[in-house]
Design a protein around this ligand. Structure first.
Ligand code: DGJ
Length: 730
C-alpha cells in the first residue's frame, strides 16, 4: 500500500486499498495520467503514453510533431496551450490574458493526511491510515503555483484529491475556474450515472451511455441542491449491483458545483468536478491562495454495491465527526407534520407523553417556536422564544419533556432572514442582494450574507445562547431556499462573484464553531428535506433529513438512490400520518415502519390521535427498531432489488461479524398471476453459517439463503412489505 515514486521513469503509483492510480511526469513537466483501476504491480506504464498521432494537434515543440498536449491523458489540464478539451483551471493575468502553463516543479510524499483550511474533508486518526502526495506545479510567467494533493487510503479503494492555487508572483491573478480534479480515460465506453431530483423527489437514479460531446450535471442554486447531488460515476457497460467496474466521484462541498464528462474526437473521456465556474471568480493577491474542495474518487471492481460500501465506511469513519459519529441514534418524534405552526406547550407535552409511553427517546420541536412565527411569513433571524405559544419558555418545556423521559431537540433555520423580522428592520443589508434590484423571495424569506463576519458572529451568538438556555440534546438545522441576486454589500465590487463560494465558507465556519462548542448535541441537517444532503455538511452534522416527502413508497426510491453514496445511519426517516401530507397516499403503518426503519428512525405525526391498537403497533415497531438499530446503523447495506427497475424493492443490513442481519422487502402494487414461487436472494451472509429466521423455527444455511433465496410470503394488496431477522445459530 502507499505511494511509490519511480525515480527512473518519474512515475507515481498510488495504491489505495485494492486499487492503483498511476501517472507520470512527462517531457517538460507535463503530468500524464496512465491508469486507474484494480491494483497492479507495475511501476512503469510509459508504454501507455500515446505518441505520434497525426491529427493536426498543436505541438509546443515544432521539431517534434509526435507530441501534443491534446493527445495525452492529463492530470490537471490547462487551456490554450494545445489541449482543446475541458480545462481543470483557468486564470486571468493583469494583462487580461488567460493563458497559464503549469509544469511539474517538485513533490513530496508524507504519511497521513492534512486537514483543508476552512473546508470539510475526510481525515485519518492515525498516520498509518493513509499516505499523501503533494505535487507542486509552477507557471514561470506569472508565478502561479498549483499544489495537487492526492491521499491514498490504506483500507479503502478511495483517493482524495484537492488543489491549492497560490499566487507566488507579483501581480494580481483572477481565478476563473479551479476544479478539484480531472481524470482522463482512454475509453468512453461507460455509462454516466448520477442522482438528480427535485424537492420531495431527491436522488433518483439516472444512467445513460456516454456519447461524443459534453455531459454535465451542476448546481447554480447556492446549495448542492435537491436537483443534483455532488456525485457522479462512470460504469462499465452492463455493470450492476454486484459486477462491473465503477469509477465514482463525490465532492465534499455544499455549494454550486459541476461534474462533467467530455468525450473527445478519439472517444477518450475526460471527467472533471469541482466548484462551478459559472458566475464565479476569485481574486488572488500576491501570496494569497485558493483551496478547492476535496473530491473523493472511489473505484469498484464489483459494481455499485461495493462502491457504496466504500463510501459508507469512509464517510462514517473518516468524514463524520463528533460524539454521535459511532453512537446509536435516538428514536425521535418531530411535531412538524403533527401540528405545523399551530401548537401550544400543552399540545407538545401531550404528544411527548404518548411518545414516551411508546418508547420514543427524543422529542423535536420544529418550526414556529420563536419570534412571532405563526406561519412562514415572518421572524427568521429572531431567535428568541415566542412567548404567546410557550409562555413558560423553552427551558420549562424542555424540563417537562425530560421529566417524561424524553430528551429535547429544537429546530433552527440560522442562515435565513424574514423581511418581517426585528433583525431585518435593524439590518436590511445583511441579506444576500444586489443594489437597485428586487430581492427575490422564496418561501417569503431572504438569505443572510454569510460572507460578512458580523452576520456570522450574530448567528453563532444567538444560536449558542438558545442552546445554552435549555437542556437541548438535538438540533435540526434547516435551510429552505436557494440563492438569487447573488451579491454582497460586504464585498467590494471586484469580488462580487466570490459571493456564493464565500457564503459556503462562512457556513462551514459557523457550523464548525457551533458544533465544536456543543459536542454533546446531535445535529441533523435539513434543506427543505434533502436539498443539501452532501458530504460537506456530513462533516459537521452526522445525519440529514432525507426528504420532505414522507410517503413510504416515494421513500423507497429516495432512500435507495441516497444509499448509493450515503450510509443509512445518515438518513433521517420518519413514519408519518395517512393520507400522506405530500401525496395523499394511504399506506399501512407496517410498510411506513419498514421504510423508516431502514434509516435513522423516527415519527412525525400526532400520536395522541392514534387508537390503542395503532399505539400498540407503534410500540412494537419501536421495540423492533431498538433490537435492529445497531445492524441498520453500523452494519453493511446490501441492495437486493431496485424500485427503479420494477415493482419491488429490497435491501438488507448485515452486522460486521455477519452473525445478524435484517432484511426488508417491499412490493408496490399487487399484480395478477405472480411467479409460482417468489424468491428473494440474499447477500452478504456467511456461506458457512446457519441462520435462524427469528420468530420462526426455520434455520437455513447462509449459502442457501444467498443462492437459493428466501421465500417471499403470499402478500395481498398494494403497498406491502416483509421484514425478516436472521441470527447465526451457532
Ligand atoms: C422544511 C423541513 O424540511 C421540514 O421538515 C420542516 O422542518 C419545515 N422546513 C419547517 O419550516
Amino acid at each position: 500500500m502507499g505511494i511509490i515514486f519511480n525515480q527512473q521513469n518519474k512515475t507515481f503509483h498510488l495504491q489505495a486499498g485494492n486499487t492503483s492510480y498511476i501517472f507520470q511526469i512527462y517531457r517538460e513537466g507535463y503530468l500524464t495520467h496512465l491508469y486507474w483501476g484494480h491494483k497492479i504491480r507495475s511501476n512503469d506504464l510509459s508504454r501507455l503514453i500515446p505518441y505520434g498521432r497525426k491529427s493536426l494537434a498543436p505541438t509546443p515543440d515544432d521539431s517534434d510533431e509526435g507530441f501534443s498536449p491534446d493527445t495525452i491523458l492529463q492530470e490537471y489540464p490547462a487551456f490554450g496551450n494545445g489541449d482543446f478539451r475541458t480545462p481543470a483551471y483557468q486564470i486571468q493575468l493583469e494583462n487580461g490574458s488567460t493563458i497559464t502553463d503549469l509544469r511539474y516543479k517538485s513533490h513530496k510524499i508524507t504519511k497521513g493526511k492534512k486537514a483543508l483550511k476552512g473546508l470539510p474533508a475526510t481525515y485519518v486518526e492515525s498516520d498509518t491510515e493513509a499516505e499523501t502526495l503533494e505535487i507542486v506545479l509552477y507557471d514561470e510567467v506569472c508565478g502561479l503555483e498549483a499544489h495537487l494533493t492526492y491521499t491514498a487510503f490504506e483500507k479503502y479503494n478511495a483517493i482524495a484529491r484537492s488543489v491549492r492555487l497560490i499566487n507566488s508572483g507579483k501581480q494580481q491573478l483572477k481565478v476563473l475556474r479551479a476544479l478539484s480534479a480531472s481524470v482522463d480515460f482512454f475509453s468512453s465506453d461507460y455509462d454516466f450515472l448520477h442522482l438528480p431530483g427535485s424537492w420531495a423527489r431527491e436522488r433518483h437514479i439516472e444512467r445513460k451511455a456516454l456519447a461524443v460531446g459534453t455531459q454535465a450535471i451542476e448546481s447554480r442554486r447556492g446549495a448542492s441542491s435537491h436537483q443534483q447531488n455532488p456525485f457522479a460515476a462512470l460504469l462499465s457497460r452492463g455493470a450492476n449491483e454486484k459486477e462491473g467496474e465503477v469509477f465514482a466521484f463525490s465532492l465534499v462541498y455544499s455549494g454550486n458545483f459541476i461534474a462533467q464528462v467530455e468525450v473527445d474526437q478519439f472517444k477518450s473521456a475526460r471527467f472533471s468536478m469541482g466548484v462551478n465556474p459559472f458566475d464565479f471568480s476569485w481574486i488572488l493577491e500576491p501570496s494569497e491562495s485558493f483551496q478547492t474542495p476535496e473530491l473523493i474518487m472511489v473505484y469498484s471492481n464489483n459494481g455499485l454495491g461495493e462502491m457504496s460500501k466504500t463510501f459508507h465506511r469512509l464517510y462514517r469513519n473518516n468524514l463524520c465527526r463528533g460524539s454521535y459519529k459511532l453512537r446509536t441514534r435516538p428514536i425521535l418524534i418531530n411535531n412538524w407534520e403533527a401540528t405545523y405552526f399551530d401548537f401550544t406547550a400543552e399540545k407538545l407535552e401531550n404528544i411527548a407523553e404518548t411518545a414516551a409511553e411508546l418508547g420514543i427517546e427524543l422529542f423535536v420541536l420544529d418550526d414556529g417556536w420563536f419570534g412571532k412565527r405563526n406561519d412562514d411569513n415572518s421572524s427568521l433571524g429572531d431567535w428568541f422564544v415566542n412567548e404567546e405559544k410557550l409562555p413558560m419558555g423553552l427551558e420549562d418545556l424542555a424540563n417537562r419533556i425530560n421529566k417524561q423521559g424524553l430528551e429535547f431537540g429544537l429546530w433552527f433555520e440560522p442562515e435565513m432572514i424574514s423581511e418581517n423580522s426585528d433583525l431585518y428592520r435593524v439590518h436590511p443589508d445583511w441579506c444576500i442582494h444586489v443594489p437597485n434590484r428586487n430581492r427575490t423571495k422564496s418561501r417569503h424569506q431572504l438569505i443572510l450574507d454569510l460572507t460578512n463576519e458580523e452576520v456570522r458572529k450574530y448567528i453563532v451568538q444567538t444560536v449558542s445562547k438558545v442552546l445554552r438556555s435549555a437542556p437541548i440534546k438535538y438540533v435540526k438545522w434547516d435551510m429552505n431556499r436557494h440563492m438569487t441576486e447573488a451579491g454582497s454589500a460586504y464585498l467590494p465590487k471586484e469580488r462580487q462573484r466570490e459571493t456564493a463560494h464565500r457564503y459556503i465558507l462562512g457556513l462551514y465556519e459557523i457550523m464548525d464553531q457551533i458544533t465544536s462548542a456543543f459536542p454533546e448535541i446531535l445535529f441533523e441537517s435539513c434543506s427543505g428535506g434533502g436539498g443539501r444532503f452532501d458530504p460537506g455538511i456530513l462533516y459537521y452534522m452526522p445525519q440529514t433529513w432525507t426528504s420532505d416527502n414522507t410517503d413510504a413508497i416515494e421513500r423507497l426510491f429516495i432512500q435507495y438512490g441516497t444509499s448509493l453514496v450515503y450510509a443509512p445511519i445518515t438518513m433521517g426517516a420518519h413514519v408519518s400520518a395517512v393520507p400522506n401530507h405530500q401525496l395523499d397516499r394511504i399506506t399501512d403503518l407496517s410498510i411506513r415502519g419498514h421504510a423508516a426503519m431502514s434509516g435513522s428512525f423516527g415519527y412525525e405525526l400526532d400520536l395522541t390521535k392514534f387508537t390503542s391498537e395503532e399505539k400498540a403497533a407503534v410500540k412494537r415497531q419501536i421495540e423492533q427498531y431498538k433490537e435492529i438499530r445497531e445492524i441498520v446503523q453500523f452494519g453493511e447495506l446490501y441492495r437486493l432489488k431496485s424500485p427503479f427497475e420494477g415493482n419491488e424493492a429490497a435491501w438488507m443490513f448485515v452486522s460486521e461479524d455477519k452473525k445478524e442481519s435484517v432484511v426488508f422487502y417491499f412490493r408496490i402494487l399487487a399484480k395478477p398471476n405472480p411467479p409460482l414461487m417468489s424468491i428473494l436472494k440474499l447477500n452478504g451472509l456467511d456461506e458457512d453459517k446457519n441462520y435462524e429466521i427469528v420468530g420462526t423455527d426455520k434455520v437455513y444455511g447462509g449459502d442457501e439463503l444467498m443462492y437459493a433465496g428466501i421465500n417471499i410470503p403470499d402478500l395481498k394488496g398494494d403497498y406491502v412489505s416483509v421484514c425478516w431477522r436472521l441470527r447465526d445459530r451457532e
